[in-house]
Ligand binder design. Sequence first.
Ligand code: GLC
Ligand code: CA
Length: 548
Amino acid sequence: MEQKWWKEKVAYQIYPKSFMDSNDDGIGDIQGIISKLDYLQQLGIDLIWLNPIYKSGTADNGYDVIDYYEIMEQFGNHEDFDKLVREAKKRGIGIMLDLILNHTSNKHKWFLEALNNPNSKYRDYYIIRKGNNHRPPNNWRSIFGGSIWQEIGSSNEFYLHSFAKEQPDLNWENPEVRQELYKMINWWIARGVKGFRLDAINCIKKSDFSEQGIPDAADGLCNCFKYIREVDGVEEYYKELRQNTFDKYDCLTVTEAVGVEKEKLGNYIGENGNFSMMFNFDITYIDVINEDWFRRTNWTKKEFKQKFIESQLNIKNLGWQAQFIENHDQPRAVNKYIKDETQINYYSKTMLAVMYFFVKGTPFIYQGQEIGMENFKRKSIDEFDDINSISQYKRAIKEGYTSEQALEFINKRSRDNARTPMQWSDEANAGFSKVQPWIKLNENYKNINLRQDQKSDKSIFNFYKQMINLRKTSKYSNTIIYGDFEPIDIQDDEIIAYRRKDENYDLKIICNFSNKEKELNLKYEEVILNNYNEASNILKPYQAIIVL
Ligand code: GLC
Ligand code: CA
C-alpha cells in the first residue's frame, strides 16, 4: 500500500456558522475558529475541512456561491483567512476548503448576466432549455424538491438546478466554464490551502434531457439521481479537472459522490483514480429510501453489518476512503444508528466511534461529535432553517402524512440537527456567543458540553483523543493506517469485528452493537483500547475493544 501524507492524518469538519462566534453577532466566524485552534490541536487533528466560507446568497448556507474569490462578510475577510491558514500551520494543521463546482448562486454575476442579456456568453455558462408551453422540459425532481427546472420570467426558457432554484447548475460542457473553475481553484491553492472537499462532484454531467421519468411520488415528478449522478463519462471531467489543478500540487482531494456503484469506484480512488479519497456513504442512508426522509426503512443490524463490512471489502485492494459517521447533512450518528433513545449514552457513542475510526481510510470527525452532541427535536416546522427540511416537510404532507408525522420525519433527518451551535460550556448560549445564536441551540447544552465532558471520568473527548493518539503516535500506527482489513467472522449480527494486520501486529477491533452482554469466543492477550475499565470474554453493553 502506497504511503501518502494524507493517509496518516485525522481530519475535523467545521461548520463555520455554528462553531464559534468571536464578535457577538450570533454567527460563527473565522476569528472564532482561530480562537479554538489550540483546542483542536489538543484533540490531535491535522486537517480542518471548512464548509463553504465564500460570499453566498445563504439560501443553502454557503452552498450557493455568489463569488468564489470573496469571503462571506459575516465570517470575516481575506486577512482573517490568511491568519487562519498561518495559525493552523503553526499547530501542524492544514486547511481544506469546500469546492462547489456543480452550481453557483442565482445571484452570481455570471447568472445575473445570463438572465439580463439573452445574447450574453454567460447564457451558456448554465443549462438553459426551451420548455413546452411554460411547462418544464422534463419531469425530473430537484434534490431539494419541486421541478429541477425553473422558468426564466415567462420566457418559456428554463434553467436547470439539481438542488434549490437558488442554485443554478453550471454547464460543464462549456470549456470556458471549466477553465474559470480551474483558475479559481489554483488561486486558492496558492493561498496555502492543503486540500479540498468536492461538493456533489458526481452531478456535474447530466444525461439526455429528453428522457421523461416514471413519476414516483404525489408531486408527479421523478427522482433525478439516475439522470444527474454518475452519468457515463463524468470521469472525463474529473481527469481534466485534476490535471489542470490538484495534480500540479500535492493537494488532497476528497469527493462527495453519493451512489457510486462498486464497479465505478476505480474512477475515484483506483490506481488511475482521479481523487485522493472519497467519502464512504455506504451506511449513511440506511434509514431512508432514495434520500426521501418520509420513506423510512426498517433497517436491521444484520443489514448494517453487511453493508459496513462489504463497503470495506469493496475498497480493500482498490484505494483510499474518507471515513465518517457525521457531517453537516446528516443527523447526529447516535440518533441515527441507535434506534432506542434510552440507549444513547457514553458507551454507544464511543462504540460507534471505534467502529468507524479503525477501518482503512482517513477518519473525519464532525464538530461536536467528539463531545457526543445529539439531535435536537423541534416542535414546529417554523423552527427549521434548513432549506431541505422545509421541502421534505412539504413533500411528506403532499404524500398524505399528518403534520405530526411529517414533523417526526424531519426531526429524525433534518440537517439542522448537526447545525446547532457547538456546545462549549454550560454558560449562556453554550459559550458559543454572547448573544442568541442564528439558529436555536440544542436545549441539552447544560448537560452536554465540552467543559462538562472534560471533567467527567467518562469523557468522550478524551476517548477521541486516545483513539487519535493510537492511530497517529503509537507503535500500532503503521498497522492501523496501512494494515490489511479483514472481517472477523462472528456469527452474531450485533457484533461488528474486524482485524487490521501487517507483519508486526494483528489488531482485532470488536464492537458490541447492542445493550446486551455478549459472550466473545475469541482469545486475546492484550487490550489496547476499551470504552470500559475492564475487558473479559463477556462483552458489556456497547463495549468496544481493540485487542492483540
Ligand atoms: C452537498 C452539501 C450540501 C449542499 C448540497 C448542494 O450535498 O453537502 O450541504 O446542500 O451539496 O450544494
Ligand atoms: Ca460572528
